[in-house]
Design a protein around this ligand. Structure first.
Ligand code: UD1
Ligand code: UDP
Length: 365
């Protein structure tokens, strides 16, 4: 069976790597093709993860780069169409909710190829998010929908997707975490010494709603500076965020507010595991902190990952200076790291999602 995998942006790598590893164990059954759209291209947003996650070199890189939504989506579509016609796979697998996901979905469905969506069914019910549009359309077009949690199944059924297309397999990103956590632990002493970390707040932000609005970003940066008077803050900046911070001249780094480049997977996971608290707007980071039992505040009015709230680790917070400072300090005072035995992990977030997915794909064909 010939499977064509699509990756484009940072969070895609963690979701596709475990599936490719699992299928590689049965190499006589599966022929794997990996296509990178090139949506993310900086070494620390792309190549680094190929090395760390043992992803094979892509068979092809479409090298689309950055642009407006329409431009980027169109470039991926134009680049992907001849590739698909050339390889003619039995299945196309697209992960997540980025522009590359939707672009390849549109091409594959119109050409009549079988399409499977990895991480189907998540909904924020907020159509101002580009990702929500990408998810809704991808799920409508996919032939097989692999979901990470039960709420995703319910969302899909409500939207009229036939039950037989929906398969609850669990969280693929957690497969990668489970495998690499021991190696991240090895990195911890190095990271701890390099950044002088003990009791600290780890921050990641990249949603346009937080970082593209100058007033919003200013509120957040002033709040972080204030928080850093009480606790060390480490903020690996996504390139979108870094360029906004630089152009608005909002970088107020102090000895206790560390604005750094994006980290590799293992180094970032080490910091996540040992953080007193995480402040984020990332989908993947909400999930990883839930698995790790690390308290997390999500700077958003909603989340497409309600299980992270139900598990008790994640809470939503408004991006207002006063609210942010108060919420962070309160949560830190709760001293709320969960003991390993008390962590309530969502069903099938267990490192075995890729095996379930592979078996279903094999049976379906
Ligand atoms: C994209 C996804 C988002 C996902 C995020 C993961 C869409 C619509 N958004 O957002 O869902 O959560 O990836 O990180 O697909 N840039 C670089 N170097 C790079 C990549 C990007 O400098 O390697 C800069 C460029 O200025 C670019 C900007 O970041 O314009 C945004 O990149 P883009 O891929 O369009 O969106 P993200 O914000 O990364
Ligand atoms: N991540 C990383 N280095 C960083 C920040 C995040 O390796 O500096 C990892 C994180 O552990 C998770 C993934 O990137 O596995 C999340 O990607 P991102 O936040 O870019 O996208 P989202 O999940 O919001 O779509």
């Amino acid at each position: 069976m010939r499977i064509l995998f699509v990756v484009g942006a940072r969070p895609n790598f963690m979701k596709i790597a475990p599936i490719m590893r699992e299928m590689a164990k049965y190499h006589s059954e599966f022929e794997q093709i990996l296509v990178h759209t090139g949506q993310h291209y900086d070494a620390n947003m792309s190549q680094l993860f190929f090395d760390e996650l043992d992803l094979p070199r892509p068979d092809l890189n479409l090298e689309v780069g950055s642009g407006s939504h329409a431009w980027q989506t169109a470039q991926v579509m134009l680049g992907f169409e001849p590739v698909l016609l050339n390889y003619r796979p039995d299945w196309v697998l697209v992960p997540g909710d980025v522009n590359s996901t939707l672009a390849c979905t549109l091409v594959a469905s119109k050409l009549g190829f079988n399409l499977a969506h990895v991480e189907a069914g998540l909904r924020s019910f907020d159509r101002t998010m580009p990702e929500e549009i990408n998810r809704l359309l991808t799920d409508q077009l996919a032939d097989l929908l692999f979901t990470p949690s039960r709420d995703a199944d319910e969302n899909l059924l409500r939207e009229g997707i036939p039950l037989k297309k929906i398969h609850f397999v669990g969280n693929l990103m957690i497969d990668t975490l489970v495998r690499l956590l021991p190696m991240a632990e090895v990195r911890w002493p190095v990271m701890r010494a390099r950044f002088g970390l003990d009791h600290y707040l780890l921050v990641t932000l990249h949603r346009p709603s937080n970082v593209d609005d100058p007033n919003m970003l200013a509120e957040i940066m002033v709040a972080l500076a204030e928080i850093s008077r009480q606790v060390r803050v480490i903020f690996p900046m996504h390139p979108r965020t870094r360029s906004r911070i630089v152009s608005l001249d909002l970088s107020l780094p102090t000895d206790n507010l560390l604005l750094i480049e994006p980290l590799g997977y293992m180094d970032f996971l080490a910091l996540e595991t040992h953080a007193s608290l995480v402040l984020t707007d990332s989908g993947g980071v909400q999930e990883e902190t839930t698995y790790l039992g690390v308290p997390c505040l999500t700077v958003r009015p909603n989340t497409e990952r309600p299980v992270t709230i139900m598990s008790g680790t994640n809470r939503l917070v408004a991006g207002k200076r006063g609210t942010l400072v108060r919420s962070v300090l309160e949560r830190l005072n709760e001293g709320a790291r969960q003991a390993a035995a008390n962590i309530h992990r969502p069903e099938f977030w267990d490192g075995k999602a890729s095996n379930r997915l592979m078996r279903i794909l094999f049976k379906t064909t």
